[in-house]
Design a protein around this ligand. Sequence first.
Ligand SMILES: [Zn+2]
Ligand SMILES: [Zn+2]
Length: 439
Amino acid sequence: MTTQFFPVPPQGRGTSDIEAMDSYLLRLAREHGVSEYQFHSILAFWWNETKASHEHPLGRHIAYIQKVGHGGDIDTLIKAIERGTAQSGLASLTLSAFGDISGVHVGSFIKRVRCWCPACLRDQQRDGGVPYEKLLWRLQAVTRCHVHQIVLEDSCPACGGHQPRHVDTWPQCSVCNADLTAAEKTWRLAATPGSGEADMIQIVEYCAQHPSVIFQADAARQFWRLVRAEGSFFAPRSKESFHNRPVVQKTLIETLLRMAEEMQLPLLSILLDPVQAAAIRPLVMELPPGVSPPGRPRRHLSRSDIDRLGIQLRKALTVGAEPVSLKKVCEEFQSTTTAARYWFPELAQTLIAKNHNRIERQADQRDRALQALSLNADLVRRAELFGWHCVARELSEEFGIAVRRVRLRLAELKATERRSELGHPPPSSRRHAEERGKP
Ligand SMILES: [Zn+2]
Ligand SMILES: [Zn+2]
């Protein structure tokens, strides 16, 4: 049977290593010798000409949306590619399984910047394999590779550039063409999983094995109703972490993950069988005796609290007092900062201004420390032992300044040193010399 497009199979089928839809489409476009945007145009044209009348048309704007999410456009895209390439189960390259339970908006759950595990990219290329981007790497909840236990990278080790989503030069940097899997000594270990990571690995793997699964829309709500006890510790908190409304509301994946974490159950078990999950939930939802539920800051204060708040604010403003923020002062009374500003507008304003000054002064000090940095023997020795990237990170912690700025400063210093080694004076002094030489 001939297909409209080359029958390129997705990578990592049936496992948690499954490829992300964006990566698959980029590879598909490359196989056809066109750019991603051109491929979408060709695909949309072909689909709109040949689709049945009841099927949705495919717009070219699909090239711009997050293709690992879910929604009507993604469903049509999957259908079009599956028909065009005679592949099946492509829904598992996206989060389509959440289509009913979660809102269309996945923006905050998907990373804007491409991330990768350099060790995985290296493994993928063994025995002539294809390097590709895993679906897991695209998820906010996943910040490390669970196989190699290292932090996912998001910038090129050579030039520090991010990798654009619509360009496929994997595994080379699309900016400077350096190998993204090199620089092994810069890989950072990460032994402990982040929150939500285990849940998402389990879900991605399940969906890879069951590509047609769609989690039932009211699974979370049903689970919640079964475990929820009136007057329990979780009842007031539930209003913040999970909306329990009379009609089924679409919820965010982050919210589902948080609920599973709070309930200490795998999210997959809640989504697949909420009744069973509610039955096996082992925890009693009561507070231990003598513990009061965490309160929220109040806006209405008693007269005595207001007086004491005034005293504390004045104390914080006396000369030589320990620097303290307005929020910190308010915390003591469980008061909101709005309440403090209402009762003592001038005191609160002065304290805020004082804190601003302090923060600016500290930033100035840090800037000066960075400018005063020089390439002394100790620094060079440390760099020889551990590499410049380690030195930069240490200095960044020492000064409390972003690593990027420390790296820039170091590069500046190194450039100056190189110039002086070559016998060229630094540019500023050369300019002065020229000016002096002018008649
Ligand atoms: Zn890895
Ligand atoms: Zn680069």
